[in-house]
Design a protein around this ligand. Structure first.
Ligand SMILES: C=C(O[C@@H]1C=C(C(=O)O)C=C[C@H]1O)C(=O)O
Length: 94
């Protein structure tokens, strides 16, 4: 277990101090998630443009089902909902 996530018993610090450290860790996670979501969006748009330029559809429902299944398998129903939000974000105005 990393020092950042060690159990409270292994880290004898003031709880308020520890909470501050953990919130810093959460902030770092959130920054990474935001960066990944932005990167995912850019990739998704590029694929959409390529497909549209080739005369195809903007969306691929079969592919979207794969994406949703991956999020659902890994994270449960809320994960599937999260995957749906990511897909919706990439769609923009239909
Ligand atoms: C990015 C693609 O295009 C669209 C966007 C998707 C996504 O954001 O994951 C998935 C399927 C498509 O509706 C793709 O076909 O892979």
């Amino acid at each position: 277990m990393s020092p950042l996530t060690a159990s409270p018993a292994a880290v004898p610090t003031d709880p308020a101090e520890r909470i501050g450290e953990l919130r810093t860790a959460i902030d770092a996670c959130d920054a990474e998630i935001i960066e990944l979501v932005q990167r995912r969006l850019a990739i998704s748009h590029e694929i959409g443009s390529l497909r549209a330029a080739a005369g195809g559809t903007r969306l691929s429902l079969a592919r979207e089902q794969q994406v949703l299944a991956r999020f659902g398998d890994a994270l449960g129903p809320d994960g599937a909902a999260l995957g749906m939000l990511l897909l919706r974000q990439g769609r923009g105005r239909l």
